[in-house]
Design a protein. Structure first.
Length: 382
């Protein structure tokens, strides 16, 4: 198996190896695919291989260069992510220069986690955009000679998080690439990137991971019992990162909470839905709530798929979903999915979570019971 650290993605691995063999690696790649399918992991593995002192198609994992890349300490391998904006920070400051000691410590902790597990999603409080000074730093480095005399690899993770100024600065770098620098941009939202940036990169599409690949990885890498691994792999929707997140919670309990939330939203008791929301938001843990909302999203996707004659993911809840589809055949499931995705976006952007969940409950009721609500409104007016 080539590049054993990478889960699946055999087509992508062969494509990159072919370019290496022919000496035709481009100056910029854009890796596109869903969250958690290995875009960052493949980029870092490619960097390891390019810098391995043994010079083969596999990294040896032993030479000083491999060790440095593994620990995110290699001077010619750089990771760029969204960072907080420091107090009084200016565009010409170094990316970390104006951050507080606590903020720098959090950044370092997240980079350490990424080094240990390249499938880890970096999460830094108040880091909402990739700053222009991070991109200017890339532009300066691209003009310099490399330390190792090998190709410098700069990974811009979740490149769609660049602000307009940062994107415009990156475009200049893409138009005038350094001869020994390769940029790798990754994104789950290709449409959020400017077409001018996309056109200057070689685009590589990543596939969702198979349930078999995710299950095997959970068993081999995480020591998960095969039965649980199979369930989590089915719920992970092709994403190893999502599977790891699901393992952090009691998936069975959360899936029961999904049904309780939907029932409360469709019920007539304001007290009931308020109680459910307060229970869900009690820990104030946004990551847990996002994982819960992803399960809600998956449940309603199953309802839509089942209504169209397809196969559901939540096989053990298929009877409940069938009853829902039969009873609420007029439900607007497309809008429901959009509303849940919007709720996830708001939770991730630090909006008050109780308000987000209560508003979502109102939206679900409106989408699923439109005729009942209409009749109630008419009765109230008469």
């Amino acid at each position: 198996m080539i590049w054993p650290r990478i889960i699946g993605q055999d087509r992508v691995k062969h494509l990159l190896l072919s370019a290496m063999r022919k000496g035709k690696l481009p100056h910029a790649y854009l890796f596109v695919g869903n969250d958690g399918v290995g875009k960052d992991a493949v980029a870092l593995e490619l960097a390891r291989v390019l810098h391995c002192e043994k010079g083969g198609e596999e990294a040896c994992n032993e030479c000083p260069s491999c060790v440095k890349v593994d620990s995110m300490q290699h001077p010619d391998v750089k990771l760029v992510v969204a960072l907080p904006v420091g107090k009084g920070e200016k565009a010409d400051d170094q990316p970390l220069e104006k951050l507080s000691p606590d903020e720098i410590r959090l950044v370092q902790e997240q980079f350490k986690l990424k080094a240990e597990n390249p499938y880890c999603r970096i999460t830094i409080p108040k880091a909402t955009i990739i700053k222009i000074n991070s991109i200017r730093d890339i532009r300066r480095e691209s003009a310099l000679s490399t330390y190792s005399r090998r190709k410098r690899v700069i990974l811009i993770s979740r490149a769609d998080e660049m602000g307009d100024a940062a994107a415009n600065t990156l475009l200049k770098t893409l138009e005038e690439p350094g001869g020994n620098t390769m940029l790798i941009l990754t994104t789950s939202h290709r449409g959020a990137l400017a077409s001018t940036i996309i056109s200057r990169c070689q685009v590589v599409q990543f596939d969702p991971l198979t349930e078999t690949d995710i299950c095997a990885a959970l068993v081999d890498r995480n020591g998960v019992e095969r039965g649980q691994a199979s369930l989590v792999a089915r719920l992970a929707h092709g994403s190893y990162s999502k599977a790891l997140e699901l393992l952090q919670d009691d998936v069975t309990v959360q899936r029961q909470q999904v049904v309780a939330f939907v029932r409360a939203a469709l019920g007539s008791s304001v007290v009931a839905i308020t109680d459910v929301v307060e229970e869900l938001c009690a820990t104030k843990d946004r990551d847990v709530l996002v994982r819960f909302l992803n399960l809600v999203l998956m449940w309603f996707r199953d309802a839509l798929v089942l209504a169209q004659g397809g196969q559901v993911i939540n096989l053990d809840q298929q009877d409940d979903i069938k009853r829902f589809v039969s009873r609420f055949s007029q439900a607007d499931l497309i809008k429901t999915l959009a509303d849940v995705e919007r709720a996830i976006f708001l939770v991730e952007r630090n909006v008050y979570i109780n308000l987000v969940m209560l508003h979502l409950a109102v939206q679900l009721r409106s989408n699923i019971l439109p005729y009942m609500i209409s009749r109630q409104a008419e009765a109230a007016q008469s």
